[in-house]
Design a protein around this ligand. Structure first.
Ligand code: IFM
Length: 449
């Protein structure tokens, strides 16, 4: 297939629907010691033996710090409407109380280049690279970090204002809190139930504290937050409660505070004394109105109760999985979006801020035949179209990722890019999926002329 087809064509008929590609700072930039940047928790974590596959790290990554100009030219060549990137907090505030003009200038060049090439810019303020000096003071376990985040949001939004088209406070607070402070798979590698939930509350507070700051400094921009969300299905009827709980921990725990001003009771009832300390007024801060929410969808969870009453994930026999081991389940995207619409009367418009598949892609003679990823995008675009036809308001879709990059604890082994990166030469090569995306967008542009 050399072009994604949108069978119901509802996406194609909306010229204002935004198609884009996404990346994040630590995953692509490299240049970790350049331009006045100081270490983030990921620089530290990567140095701990056994934490990242093959000892990989983001020191060079895709060398986007130096190759940003050609990368933006490449993005424009894909025919997308927008580029979603993140800003590295330790490039902007390398020490407490210090603003780094070189860091601001780096992102300003990128933003200007995008606009000059007709691309809208979606900027995430926090995609997991917390300054190490803040972690040294407790990181997200320290309530003060939420206030530091609001200060950082102030610096960025005062500088860029409406020049950033769409601001995102946090990317996937679930991952920051639970992988970072509960299960220890991600930086800073802390393990503890209480810690995970406490970090989650401080992250949500950080989001809420930043919102009015962003609105004041960038009144014409859109402001919101991005959640990862995997719908949960019971393995058997008896496991329905397990599925309800899994979904509640996975995304309602993070979405409900923003849209309902409360944490889901089902989780509070289960975690009991591990629940975070919520101060009076916190939930009002967190539930400040947002213009949109971003949803990152990759796969679903199928769950059951084990013999101890704990919830466990099960693998579905015969299902297709990507290289990273995640089941390919496009229907989950439709189900998830429809379930969010049913749960929240006040659901704001949604962007699919990430969707994609990991592969073990090889480049041979300038061709990367990522046939599974092509099918993945095709079927997920259909699933999105179905959700929109069922009445869910979705404003855009971003492929994860623009190019292969540092996939956190999996290192460089898992390739999520629609563009292949040769890490020896930094050569970029469009995979078949990028070509199919581009061809679909060319057709859309012609249809909407
Ligand atoms: O690479 C990550 C990204 O940083 C956040 N969302 C999920 C992607 C794939 O794991």
């Amino acid at each position: 297939m050399n072009k994604f087809e949108l069978p119901n064509h509802s996406l194609m008929k909306q010229p204002e629907f935004v198609f884009g590609v996404a990346t994040s700072s630590y995953q692509i930039e490299g240049g970790v010691e350049e331009g006045g940047r100081t270490p983030s928790i990921w620089d530290t974590f990567c140095k701990v033996p056994g934490k990242v596959d093959k000892g990989d790290h983001g020191d060079v990554a895709c060398d986007h710090y130096h190759l940003w100009q050609q990368d933006i030219e490449m993005i424009q060549g894909l025919g997308v409407d927008a580029y979603r990137l993140s800003i590295a907090w330790p490039r902007i505030v390398p020490q407490q109380g210090l603003v780094n003009p070189e860091g601001l200038a780096f992102y300003e060049r990128i933003i200007d280049e995008c606009h000059a090439r007709g691309l809208k810019v979606y900027v995430t303020l926090y995609h997991w690279d917390l300054p190490q000096y803040l972690e040294d003071k407790g990181g997200w376990l320290n309530r003060e970090t939420a206030y530091k985040f609001a200060d950082y949001a102030k610096v960025v939004s005062e500088h860029f204002g409406n020049k950033i088209d769409v601001y995102t406070t946090l990317n996937e607070p679930f991952v920051s809190a639970f992988l970072g402070y509960r299960w220890g798979h991600h930086a800073p590698g802390i393990v503890g139930e209480r810690e995970g939930f406490l970090a989650s509350h401080h992250l949500m507070l950080a989001h809420g504290l930043a919102m009015p700051v962003l609105r004041e400094n960038a009144p014409l921009a859109q402001h919101g937050i991005v959640f990862n969300a995997s719908p949960a299905y019971p393995q058997a009827d008896k496991d329905q409660l397990a599925a309800d709980y899994a979904a509640a921990e996975n995304h309602h725990w993070f979405i409900d505070p923003v849209l309902k001003g409360e944490y889901p009771q089902i989780v509070l009832d289960r975690i009991l004394d591990k629940a975070p300390m919520v101060l009076e007024g916190d939930m009002d801060i967190i539930s400040e109105a947002v213009d949109y929410i971003g949803i990152n969808y990759y796969s679903r969870d199928v769950v059951r109760f084990d013999e101890n009453g704990d919830i466990e994930k099960v693998q579905i026999e015969g299902a297709e999985h990507t290289h990273i081991g995640w089941e390919i389940y496009p229907q989950g995207l439709t189900d998830l979006l429809v379930s969010l619409k049913d749960r929240h009367d006040n659901l704001p418009p949604i962007y699919i801020t990430e969707n994609g598949a990991a592969g073990d892609d090889q480049c041979s003679g300038g061709v990367v035949n990522d046939e599974q990823r092509v099918r993945y995008f095709q079927t997920h675009l259909e699933a999105l179209d179905n959700a929109m036809n069922a009445g869910v308001a979705v404003k855009g879709y971003f492929a994860w990722s623009l190019m292969d990059n540092f996939e956190w604890a999996f290192g460089y082994e898992q390739r999520f890019g629609i563009v292949h990166v040769d890490y020896q030469t930094q050569q970029r090569t469009l995979k078949q999926s990028a070509i199919a995306y581009r061809n679909m967008l060319i057709e859309r542009a012609e249809e909407n002329k």
